[in-house]
Design a protein around this ligand. Structure first.
Ligand SMILES: [Zn+2]
Length: 262
């Protein structure tokens, strides 16, 4: 979950947490986007939004989470964007702030700073769709292979607006699945796509079927930005993932995973 739409207060946090409990979830994680923090500005300096978005204090977030952690079963996470040209900066940052239980790696920006999940009417969506998908999945593979992250987030986010998938999508699935299988990364099963026009989890059931051939460990995320979405759709998704043959659930402490049976 992300608390970014409110303040770091116990009241705001508890609205999310109580919803998670209602949905049967026993251990939760907060993973604020690195792109909201002043301390991470240098990683985002090539984007036009830096000043506007990187405007809150990471220190405040960490202090708040450390306090919450004393009374709740919660992990301190971070969602960090991946840019191939910023691997050194990301590594520096993650070495400097070593308080996280887990770090999600994600791709929200494509070549020339196209933030594809911001606006479905962005004129860049009229560019060659196949090229957009290739650019996206090249970055996802880069994120996985970089070794910078514990979990790869919302694997096929690029589909969120319900755009038609390229003809060779099956090949892309196979290719990405192999990259995951040959890495140590954990796969995030993210239900937030069900709230988007595509109305489908990330990765899609089809994509999951391909990945299920390999023994890939998973985590579950509702990617809630509002309390009402905390833990939403997790129960059904859990059953689906289990029925597809996934066997290992990863839990993290200070970036070290342990695997339990699904
Ligand atoms: Zn994300």
């Amino acid at each position: 979950m992300h608390l970014e739409k409110g303040e770091f207060t116990k009241k705001w946090w508890e609205e999310f947490y109580s919803k998670e409990l209602e949905n049967g979830i026993k251990e939760v994680g907060v993973s604020e986007h690195a792109h909201r923090f002043i301390e991470a500005r240098y990683i985002y300096s090539h984007l036009p939004y830096t000043e506007k978005w990187c405007d809150s204090s990471l220190e405040k977030y960490i202090n708040f989470m450390e306090e919450i952690k004393r009374s709740y079963n919660v992990k301190i996470g971070l969602e960090m964007d991946y840019f191939p040209e910023k691997e050194d900066e990301i590594r520096d940052f993650l070495e400097k702030y070593d308080v996280f239980d887990y770090v999600l790696g994600s791709v929200h920006w494509l070549r020339s700073g196209f933030g594809f999940d911001i606006d479905p009417n962005d004129p860049r969506w009229s560019n060659d769709l196949e090229e957009i998908f290739i650019d996206y999945f090249d970055r996802v593979k880069g994120a996985i292979n970089s070794g910078l992250f514990d979990i790869i987030a919302h694997l096929d986010l690029i589909k969120l607006w319900g755009v038609p998938l390229p003809d060779d999508i099956e090949e892309i699935y196979e290719d990405v699945a192999k990259v995951i299988a040959n890495s140590r990364i954990v796969l995030e099963i993210n239900t937030s796509g069900l709230r988007r026009p595509v109305k489908e989890i990330y990765p899609s059931p089809k994509f999951l079927e391909v990945i299920s051939k390999y023994d890939v460990p998973v985590t579950f995320g509702s990617d809630a930005h509002l309390p009402e979405d905390a833990g939403r759709f997790i129960k059904d998704t859990y059953s689906l993932v289990k029925s597809l043959g996934f066997r290992r659930l990863a839990v993290f402490n200070r970036r070290s995973p342990e695997f339990v049976d699904l």
